[in-house]
Design a binder for this molecule. Structure first.
Ligand code: MG
Length: 386
């Protein structure tokens, strides 16, 4: 390692991802579970890209999984910083020892350790912890407890003064030689690395971390993590149909009493088509042309509400939050029918009508809508991943 790199990025980041904990999902360790399409490990590795003081990542993997972790969780991220994968040991301390060995081989004199199962740490928190470590030798993020803490022992309960209580988190940053020494002298199993430094009499500094930097351990933690990371997915849809005499006019499943209908392969429900396109777009599933092509005779004169039901079934990974549609037409007036239209969509999408807005506007006589040649519809949909 060059001296200039050591000055700007003196830390090797050890990502603790060797746990075999399968309490959350029977099929894989929790650090490989995905939040919004990215594994917990992947999230932490991406975050570390933004932390200036980190020069290299050392991911400590479950034994026998190096190749799989690299292929499934690291390579697809195309990270700019070098990533080294090492196997973990029987205990966390052994795993950290293996990571430290790699950091020392690379010439690093400082390490920062972070749990892969804490996906909500920030680059700022990392920087604060590492800056404190550079000043004092060892520092960790911890959350100052806002709850009163009780200790129950031998049937007796007593209270610990709250102002003295900090709940340890990661990141934890250390002089590499201090941590090596502390690990070498450790005769008990510590639940975090700072504990080993404390036991060896070294100064350890606390940096206030946010409560959301919790470690995902239980099913309840996982649910909290999912709600914290749920980003809205937005999709828009647009559709046009020409008027044709002798055809029925069906809008959002409501048959209108009008002298013209809309031409199309299916029932030409222009509003429902725009809505389906918006829903599919929000989920990244293309459009209705892909799922219900004109060339397929099974969709001839199809009831578009039945197609909407099929689209809804394709969105099993999502909660539909809100939809909004606007009809562009010179006539007829649809205002009296909007509650029935909302009810049709609400029943299929599992939404309350206040989550479904349907509006209409004319085109002031302009364009194909203004000339009364047809109708257009636009729609927006917002989804959140379950
Ligand atoms: Mg259409």
């Amino acid at each position: 390692m060059t001296d200039s790199l050591q000055q700007t990025a003196p830390f090797a980041a050890l990502v603790a991802a060797a746990g075999s904990g399968t309490r959350l999902a029977a099929h894989m360790p929790k650090q490989f579970l995905k939040l919004e399409g990215l594994s917990l490990l992947g999230r932490v590795c991406q975050l570390l890209q933004k932390v200036e003081q980190v020069g290299a990542l050392i991911v400590i993997c479950p034994p026998g999984m190096l190749e799989q972790v690299s292929r499934e969780h690291i390579e697809p991220l195309k990270l700019a910083k070098p990533v080294y994968l090492v196997e973990g040991g029987q205990t966390r301390q052994q795993s950290v020892r293996n990571g430290l060995k790699q950091a020392a081989t690379l010439g690093y004199e400082w390490v920062v350790i972070h749990d892969a199962a804490r996906p909500f740490a920030s680059a700022r928190l990392f920087s604060q912890v590492m800056d404190e470590a550079l000043l004092h030798g060892a520092a960790l993020a911890a959350w100052p407890s806002s709850d009163t803490v009780k200790i129950q022992q031998d049937g007796q309960v007593r209270t610990v003064p709250r102002e003295n209580v900090w709940l340890a988190q990661t990141p934890q940053a250390f002089r590499l030689d201090w941590l090596e020494e502390a690990l070498a002298g450790a005769d008990t199993l510590a639940s975090d690395e700072a504990q080993l430094l404390e036991a060896s009499g070294k100064p350890v500094k606390l940096v206030a971390g946010p409560r959301c930097n919790f470690k995902i351990t239980t099913g309840e933690d996982w649910q909290m993590a999912q709600s914290l990371s749920a980003l809205p997915h937005i999709g828009q849809g647009y559709d046009v149909h020409a008027f044709k005499p002798g055809r029925p006019l069906i809008l959002a499943g409501v048959r209108m009493d009008y002298h013209l209908g809309l031409d199309g392969h299916s029932d030409a429900d222009v509003l429902t088509h725009a809505l389906m396109d918006a829903l599919l777009a929000a989920a990244g599933l293309g459009d209705i042309g892909r799922h219900f092509p004109d060339s397929d005779c099974q969709w001839k004169n199809a009831d578009s509400l039945k197609l909407l039901k099929q689209v809804q079934a394709m969105l099993a990974d999502y909660n539909i939050v809100q939809v909004s549609a606007v009809l562009l037409a010179e006539a007829p007036k649809i205002a009296p029918f909007i509650p029935a239209m909302q009810a049709n969509w609400a029943g299929i999408l599992g939404l309350t009508p206040d989550r479904i807005n349907i509006a209409a506007t004319t085109s002031e006589g302009l364009g194909f809508v203004g000339r009364g040649e047809g109708m257009a519809a636009k729609a927006l949909a917002m989804l959140c991943r379950k």
